[in-house]
Ligand binder design. Structure first.
Ligand SMILES: [Zn+2]
Ligand SMILES: [Zn+2]
Length: 110
């Protein structure tokens, strides 16, 4: 699978607290389905998020449009908690988070 954002091939699948997530080794973005996002936020990763490099933000990648490779469609930007801009595929509802956005979402929902 290619990264929706930087198009790097091969997202790395990781299991995190029993949730399967796809992570891009290049831009450190995360591809999730909508259920996984809720589950991940509720996990409150805390320091663990830092360890995984989720917490440092990347304004640069935030400006790049995400593209759902499974549906061949542009993903749509939407505002999550704390006005954090996340991207969602209108068809399969997959969600793409830039590096750092997961940690920010957790901050606002705790
Ligand atoms: Zn990427
Ligand atoms: Zn899709």
């Amino acid at each position: 699978m290619n990264c929706p954002k930087c198009r790097t091939e091969l997202m790395v699948q990781e299991t995190f607290e029993e949730i399967d997530i796809d992570r891009c080794p290049a831009c450190k973005g995360l591809l999730l389905d909508s259920g996984e996002l809720k589950a991940l936020i509720s996990k409150k990763m805390g320091n663990k998020a830092d360890t995984l490099g989720f917490s440092s933000t990347s304004d640069h990648m935030d400006k790049v449009k995400a593209f759902c490779v499974s549906c061949n469609k542009d993903m749509q930007a939407m505002l999550g908690p704390g006005e954090i801009r996340i991207e969602r595929c209108p068809d399969c509802k997959a969600i793409f988070l830039d590096q750092g956005e997961l940690a920010s979402l957790q901050l606002y929902t705790s």
